[in-house]
Design a protein around this ligand. Sequence first.
Ligand SMILES: NC(=O)c1ccc[n+]([C@@H]2O[C@H](COP(=O)([O-])OP(=O)(O)OC[C@H]3O[C@@H](n4cnc5c(N)ncnc54)[C@H](O)[C@@H]3O)[C@@H](O)[C@H]2O)c1
Length: 395
Amino acid sequence: MKIAMLGSGFIARFYADSLAAQRRKDILVSVYSRSTERAEKFAKDYGLPHFSNNLDEVVGNPDVDVVVIALSNELHLAAVEACAKAGKHVLCTKPLGRTGAEAKQMMEMVEKAGVMGGYLEDLCYTPKFLKSLASVKAGSIGRVLWAKSRETHPGPHSDWFWNLELSGGGAIVDLGCHCIEISRNFIGKDIKPVEVMCWAATQVHPIAAEDHALGWVKYANGTIGQFEVSWCFRGGMDLRDEVMGSEGTIWLNNFLRTGFDMFSTGKGNNYVAEKAESSSGWLFPVGDEVNELGYNHMFTDMFDAIEQKREPSESFYDGYVVNCIIDAAYRSAKSRNWEPVQIDDWRGRTDVTEGHEFASYDDEFYLIKEEILPNGEKKLILKHKTTGEVVRRDL
Ligand SMILES: NC(=O)c1ccc[n+]([C@@H]2O[C@H](COP(=O)([O-])OP(=O)(O)OC[C@H]3O[C@@H](n4cnc5c(N)ncnc54)[C@H](O)[C@@H]3O)[C@@H](O)[C@H]2O)c1
């Protein structure tokens, strides 16, 4: 597959590092940047035969099969429109839109053009995430009750992120999009998110958007997705997920503690990891960042999906649902109430309700708890199915 990159900034380089890694057969052939100088530098660094400061020229290049959008948030819509017009498959970075309405337009454009719209949600492709999701789907932790995801760091690296109009929001739209989609995967993408409660504040930076937020997304089956996001966190980039199930638990630490600890007096000039704040003292580097952040598995799924004419695991539809949840989070932060998630085009299940599945002990009783005491005694706590009486039974 031949790929064009739109943008030459931070994420464009992460993507290019992934696309150029491990002797991949899918290759970058062109790059667009509004500055010819930066386009040329990017093309030189990655050995691309073509570069331009004209977006339509890059998208329309007949050598290009698929376009990757790595531009600031306010440019995603116009870039998707250009790709759809040119009949090119398009992979767009997160967040898909600044709002659900923008994301819906993008989704409809690719669907009308008959091209694939892949949502580049890398954190739903990390090796740890993929394995834990497979365990959840295999039933290893039972019924998912709560899925929490946290992304916090000291704030983004470019000016436009801090401009509410260009970015569409603060930490919620920037980081919450990852956390929401992680929880949604664990809970089940066919389960409808119904309402959101969110607290958001601007605690540290002189900006119009929030730099810190917590939120709860309630799903139709009664499960809760929780997001914790901040641009105020000091000490690196904290990416952690937690899933509580009726039969088990998963804790993931994706970045700040991966089992690689290093001490340096600060000698040398080493890059440690994304958003690491220091290169001296005790450090927590990340072995193969591009792989551990999910980029390799993400692009493999995207190109396989194009070849196999199927949807990728993360599609524009997923990006749209995430944007709708974020819209509700912003409404809730303002109103201080649970706010409904408005999804005009819901494609998942509509037959799900908040059911309770209690474990039966026998025909008469439910099992509440089985306990072993320090002296070795065993007992059961049971509830009678009709009278509701709670009783103890020693074993
Ligand atoms: N993990 C992830 O998936 C991840 C991480 C970081 C950023 N992102 C996303 O990637 C996108 C780009 O972020 P970034 O971190 O690379 O930012 P960046 O500032 O490093 O790069 C932005 C790119 O957009 C270009 N650009 C900005 N304004 C422009 C304009 N008016 N006209 C033409 N080009 C313009 C810049 O020149 C640059 O090439 C954002 O949507 C961001 O949310 C995703």
